[in-house]
Ligand binder design. Structure first.
Ligand code: APR
Ligand code: ZN
Ligand code: ZN
Length: 372
């Protein structure tokens, strides 16, 4: 890390990271500058970052083109290097997982005790710029495919440095999203049945969550046999491949003709949402985790939907509270109850980030993790 402003400790620095300049173009490693942390902010040296779908979507322009250039990555762990004025929750040297939800404590949701729905989550000011002076948008207010990033200090959740940064980074997004969908959003009860549509990094994390909650029938549904093999390793008791026949019928057959108590959708397609809704037993809960494209729609037969009863809900970020859930999941990892090692399919370098996206698109990985 070089000191661009020449200031002792307090100046701006030059970092390196994967930057997406134009929609649809590959992310390229570039140098960029980071101003000194402002009040409440923290400069974090990144140790590891998972490669998540949202980075690929942002890079491809799915969230609009006005935010380019992006500093990619939002699933990271690192070490606090410097803090701004008034920071008390972390100090330099702390190992932290970065959260993209940092409840403000003051919005209409936080005020009524629902900080997991915070509508004004805290982020640092935009203090990172390309060497040609363009202001960078860090993905989900984080930016982790880089040597350093600047976040709000409340986005930093400490973890025990004896735990591996690669595995801890995954708690920042995908794993917490999946496990949280089972534990927080659905509140899966012991002895129940669950079906999980889509057994990628998120879906397999739902499977881990359902198993932790004591579900006894867990059905992994995926069109890719490799993903179904992984699903069994994570705790699926049954698997269903929709290319071999109607998955709803297969789920009913496994559950004595009734359907499941909980159905999770972790693909992000209208077709699988519809299948998830109708694979439930009476009064079952359907939780949508997958993010559909803007054009996705389907027709809902309302009488059939009503007659099933139950719940249909959306789960954002597994309804997690990072300060409560990251330490809990880290502890379960330490105890051997949460198999994060198996989620880390590949460890790659910063320069290989683009290859990480391609491996994801080819379905070869649950997670590539960049080690900085
Ligand atoms: N039925 C079942 N599974 C399917 C189908 C289908 N029709 N189509 C695709 N899949 C499977 C893929 O084979 C893949 O294993 O869905 C899985 C999706 O997993 P990943 O691509 O690895 O994505 P993941 O990171 O797990 O995220 C899943 O959750 O948070 C959201 O934005 C995220 O929408 C995405 C979803
Ligand atoms: Zn809030
Ligand atoms: Zn993510």
């Amino acid at each position: 890390m070089a000191d661009a402003a020449g200031g002792e400790g307090g100046g701006s620095i030059v970092a390196r990271g994967v930057i997406a300049r134009e929609p649809g173009q590959p992310g390229v490693v570039e140098e960029f500058t980071i101003d000194a942390p402002g009040p409440g902010e923290a400069l974090v040296r990144i140790l590891a970052s998972g490669v998540c779908h949202t980075d690929l979507s942002a890079k491809n322009g799915v969230f609009g083109t006005e935010w380019f250039p992006f500093l990619l990555g939002h699933e990271g762990a690192g070490v606090v290097e410097r803090v701004g004025e008034g920071v008390t929750n972390v100090a330099p040297g702390d190992h932290v997982i970065l959260a993209w939800r940092a409840p403000c404590g003051e919005c209409r949701f936080c005020r009524v005790g629902q900080p997991h729905l915070c509508a004004a989550s805290l982020n640092a000011e935009k203090r990172m710029r390309t060497m040609d002076g363009k202001t960078l948008t860090p993905i989900l207010g984080i930016g982790t495919f880089c040597t350093h990033t600047l976040v709000h200090s409340k986005q930093c959740v400490p973890y025990d440095p004896a735990l591996p940064a690669e595995q801890m980074s995954l708690l920042g997004c995908g794993v917490t999203t999946g496990v949280g969908a089972a534990l927080n959003s659905a509140d899966v009860k012991p002895g129940t049945s669950a079906a999980v549509f889509g057994c990628g990094g998120v879906g397999n994390s739902v499977i881990m969550g359902a198993k932790l909650a004591g579900a006894t029938t867990i059905i992994g549904v995926d069109i890719d046999p490799r993903k179904l093999a992984w699903a069994r390793e994570f705790g699926a008791t049954h698997t269903v491949n929709p290319t071999e026949g109607d998955p709803v019928a297969a789920i009913k057959a496994i559950t004595g003709g009734h359907g499941v108590n909980y159905a999770f959708e972790a693909v992000g397609r209208a077709e699988t949402i519809e299948q998830a809704i109708f694979s439930r037993d009476l009064a079952g809960t359907c939780v949508i985790v997958g993010v559909c494209g803007p054009e996705a729609t389907f027709e809902l037969p309302l009488a059939r939907f009503f007659d099933l009863g139950g719940n249909l809900r959306i789960s954002w970020y597994g309804d997690c509270l990072p300060t409560r859930d990251f330490p809990l999941l880290a502890e379960w990892y330490r105890q051997g109850r949460l198999d994060l090692d198996r989620v880390v399919t590949r460890v790659i370098s910063l320069e290989e980030a683009e290859e990480g996206f391609h491996a994801m698109e080819r379905g070869e990985t649950l997670r590539s993790v960049i080690r900085i």
